[in-house]
Design a protein around this ligand. Structure first.
Ligand code: WTA
Length: 648
């Protein structure tokens, strides 16, 4: 099982083996892995593509000719809704549960594959009647309710790419995304519950629509109550009832036709648009769901990420449904009404694969092991994490107290741009190393490089790059000639996709992630951009400059703290009123998730001689860490001032 690894177990070189019982039943065995390697790149991706039903077989695995964009599975045609729904019904599994939904107020609802097929067909027919055609972008601004995956699949069925906007985003953020995607259809809901309070989503949607240049047709799901709110919109339940029993032939899409768009935070002040294809993306998430999360038709999988982010797209919706598993969707927060809510859901649903973020695991640790231990979690057989680095302590806690000391834990590294998992361990093949993510999956090649793109030695930090195309790659990485060369750095003739993450490869070849190398923030597992938040703050009257950094976990918010350093204009006081305006501006531009937890007013910000703000020092100040030598700053005195300001 081991990969030629040493026997010694020092804390840094610790190995944990998956239990024999898991290895014996794993979807992917060492022999499968070897066969994958032997097939060579890109041919090795043929077998993963066989996990899907193709309406027309592809002519080649990859078209990587110098001219034109990189295309995975050229010539192939398929439909994602057929793959995620119809084929399971056709296989006689129509009565098995596809989606198990746990509502905020303790209610639950399940959809069998048959019921999912009916509602997807009805809503697809309704969307068509509203005028949605193949290629039209439909924006879905919905919380974690089952209508969200239904709407995604209904769009996929008729070949209309969806653009899901996280329900916690503001009206302004929604407006930017509606305009950017030129989207003329919006599915939203009247409101939703957050920590017991009802939030008005419809008003935010209306505010967004008035600031978009084109007309937007709205469909509204009634989540809060069944009273039909007046207004110029369609009601989801009425549309579905009107089209009950409809069948809509799934539209066979070219492999590289768009399945969806998703906006994410990049390094600029504007959200970045990422587009994913039908064939490459679906192959990637189905394969990694099968190989890394070990999912199949008998599994009940719970990926706790919100479907508004890529993790929810890939491993709460498309991956598990393509594989015919049951996916659990939870509308609420982990500690409401009680801190053992999650364990209760795992127990009640018999969840056997649980996939969550380190930030949640750190919160579970703080709440205490008595909560998971009070529940029967014996259905669990595999645990996963994603979104941020997980340290060895949290890793062990997760395995010991949630996984009963037995379950393999897969740490999985990937990004919105990669579509699906890139680095991990294969749970039935590889030894695990707590604190290290693992290696590139078979069929994917990565390296750790210095600024010039040259590989660094084991033990040295550098940027993680991917050195060959992979099926889940965002379409923007494929465009241009020769593997999207325009968008990537070519070093000594080598194609490299720069991930923006720093990493170290240890002597055993396992990668340890060190966090972002750029100004993308991971506030817990959510992805935000310093530039977007700073732009909102600098827009406040009286603010001259601002810089935001991420601090340690904030216990109350169960996530890392966002700390803003704000320098007011010379005649403006840094007082509570200004602090409030700063918070309000960020909430309006992005949403409550990006509002700084702490705002420190400072006469100026630490800068290099060329005038660039050094956020590294601000992060150290915010976290009470030692700054080291600051003499290279243009204004080193400001550091002392800031430290004394924070010495509260
Ligand atoms: C971070 C989420 C360490 C990383 C799937 C990456 C991780 C960013 C891990 C992408 C992990 C994700 N260990 N860091 N296992 N997984 N990241 O686009 O910084 O929301 O670049 O995709 O999350 O965030 P995104």
């Amino acid at each position: 099982m081991a990969d030629g690894s040493p026997d010694e177990t020092t804390p840094e070189r610790e190995w944990v083996d998956p239990p024999e019982s898991f290895v014996a039943n794993a979807n992917v065995t060492a022999a499968d892995r070897d066969a994958f390697r032997e097939a060579g790149w890109p041919e090795c991706w043929r077998r993963p593509a066989d996990l899907l039903d193709w309406d027309r077989g592809f002519d080649a695995v990859l078209d990587d000719s110098e001219e034109g964009p990189t295309r995975w599975f050229p010539g192939g045609r398929l439909n994602a809704a057929h793959n995620c729904v119809d084929r399971h019904v056709a296989a006689g599994r129509g009565d098995e549960t596809a989606v198990a939904w746990e509502g905020k107020l303790g209610e639950s609802r399940t959809y069998t594959y048959g019921e999912l097929a009916d509602e997807v067909n009805a809503f697809a027919a309704a969307l068509r009647e509203l005028g949605v055609e193949a290629g039209d972008v439909v924006t879905l601004y919905l919380p974690m309710i089952p209508e969200l995956p239904v709407a995604m699949l209904a769009c996929a069925r008729i070949g209309a790419p969806h653009s899901v906007v996280f329900a916690g985003f503001s009206a302004d953020a929604l407006a930017t995304r509606l305009s950017g995607a030129d989207s003329q259809f919006l599915v939203t809901c009247d409101g939703y519950y957050r920590r017991g309070a009802a939030l008005d989503l419809k008003r935010r949607a209306d505010n967004a629509c008035v600031s978009v240049d084109h007309a937007v047709e709205q469909v509204v799901v009634n989540r809060l109550d069944d009273e039909r709110a007046a207004g110029d919109h369609h009601v989801y339940a009425d549309l579905v009832a009107d089209h009950e029993g409809a069948t809509v032939e799934p539209v066979a899409r070219e492999a590289d036709d768009l399945l969806f768009l998703i906006y994410t935070s990049g390094t600029t002040g504007e959200p970045t648009l990422v587009r994913h294809t039908t064939g490459g993306y679906l192959t990637h998430v189905a394969w990694t769901g099968h190989a890394v999360l070990d999912l199949g038709p008998d599994d009940t999988h719970w990926c706790s990420a919100d479907v508004g982010w890529i993790t929810g797209h890939s491993y709460a919706v498309y991956g598990p449904l393509a594989l015919g598993a049951t996916t659990v969707l939870y509308e609420g927060t982990p500690d409401h009404p009680e801190t053992d809510r999650l364990w209760e859901i795992i127990e009640r649903n018999g969840v056997d694969v649980f996939y969550t973020a380190p930030t949640s695991i750190r919160a579970f640790m703080k709440w205490g092991e008595e909560h998971p231990e009070r529940h029967d979690l014996s259905s669990l057989r595999l645990l996963g994490t994603v979104g941020e680095p997980i340290d060895a302590t949290a890793w062990h806690w997760y395995r010991d107290h949630v996984g009963d000391g037995e379950c393999p834990v897969v740490d999985t590294w990937w990004q919105t741009e990669t579509g699906g998992i890139v680095l991990s361990t294969l749970p039935g093949v590889d030894r695990m190393r707590p604190g290290a993510v693992g290696k590139s999956l078979p069929g994917i090649e990565t390296a750790v490089v210095d600024e010039t793109g040259r590989r660094v030695a084991a033990g040295e930090a550098g940027q993680l790059v991917v050195t060959r195309p992979w099926p889940g790659m965002a379409r923007s990485l494929c465009e241009g000639s020769g593997w999207g060369a325009r968008r990537t750095r070519t070093v000594e003739g080598e194609w490299q996709y720069a991930t923006g993450d720093n990493a170290v490869r240890d002597e055993d070849g396992y990668l340890h992630l060190l966090g972002r190398a750029d100004d993308v923030l991971k506030v817990s597992d959510r992805r935000l951009s310093t530039a977007e938040i700073e732009r909102a703050i600098v827009g406040v009257d009286g603010v001259a400059e601002a810089a935001v950094v991420v601090g340690a976990d904030d216990d109350a918010a169960h996530r890392s703290e966002i700390h803003a350093f704000v320098s007011p204009e010379s005649n403006v006081a840094g007082d509570d009123a200004l602090r409030e305006s700063v918070g309000a501006a960020v909430e309006e531009a992005i949403g409550p998730i990006a509002v700084p937890d702490a705002v420190t007013f400072a006469p100026s910000l630490p800068k290099t001689r060329s005038g660039k703000v050094v956020r590294r020092y601000l992060a150290a100040i915010a976290n009470g860490e030692d700054l080291g030598d600051t003499s290279a700053l243009r204004n080193p005195e400001v550091v002392g001032e800031l430290e004394s300001l924070l010495d509260r």
